[in-house]
Design a binder for this molecule. Structure first.
Ligand code: CYC
Length: 203
């Protein structure tokens, strides 16, 4: 039986582009590729994510290790930065680099865990409550307000940074979510030894 965690991890593993939206609204939406691949040598649910401008695919502006895991009734996605992250740039496009990422390279981003629930044939999620996900950007400290939806066809994301005192928006989309269509599915790379929440480990 496929569990919710299993389905979430399968949906996350792939590559995504917002090409249609970017070509229709060039001033509002940069053309971005998002690629997520499993890290089979690490704990179950550990995934490498890279977000890059389509013009510079091997220079991601955001590279993170996501850890999708079940927490009681809920699904969580923990977000980790990578120490000396340039070492790993482009690894989602050159999978032979994936095994060079090890647990000590990861730094948990406190307050930035995503809480995810089933929605339709996929999932939706929001960053945990509390305004504790702090992001330094444009020389200012901000807290992240973020939401995403994912299914077989693609994913939509909206990330915005707000001023901790005035709560005004400092960065992020002004026009609404980024709309990504799925280009590749990397679910076949999920190792079978990841139990991913099967209630019966022998199932
Ligand atoms: C930051 N985006 C973040 C952060 C989270 C997410 C948690 C704050 C922590 C961090 O720096 O990594 C989003 N995390 C997610 C999502 C999931 C998750 C969606 C579910 C899979 O686990 N983000 C977009 C746009 C683009 C963008 C395509 C333009 C606005 O979705 C940018 N997100 C963006 C930037 C940052 C960010 C620039 C701040 C990163 C930084 O400056 O270090």
């Amino acid at each position: 039986m496929s569990t919710p965690l299993n389905r979430l991890v399968q949906l996350l593993c792939g590559s995504f582009t917002n090409d249609e939206q970017a070509f229709e609204n060039p001033p509002l939406y940069a053309h971005i590729n998002v690629t997520v691949r499993p890290l089979p040598h690490l704990a179950e649910g550990m995934l490498l994510l890279e977000q890059a401008y389509a013009l510079a695919p091997a220079e991601p502006y955001r590279i993170r290790v996501l850890h999708a895991c079940a927490e009681g009734e809920n699904l969580h996605i923990r977000n980790h930065a990578l120490r000396d992250a340039e070492r790993f740039w482009g690894a989602t496009l050159q999978p032979e680099k994936l095994p060079t990422i090890h647990a000590p390279d990861l730094q948990l981003l406190e307050g930035c865990t995503y809480i995810v629930t089933p929605q339709g044939s996929g999932f939706s999620g929001e960053v945990e409550p509390g305004c504790r996900c702090m992001v330094e950007r444009k020389g200012r400290t901000s807290y992240l307000v973020s939401r995403f939806e994912i299914d077989q066809n693609g994913m939509s994301t909206i990330d915005r940074g707000h001023d901790p005192d005035s709560h005004e928006q400092i960065w992020g989309s002004l026009a609404g979510p980024f709309l990504f269509r799925r280009v590749e599915n990397y679910a076949a790379e999920i190792p079978s030894h990841w139990g991913l929440g099967t209630s019966d480990p022998s199932a």
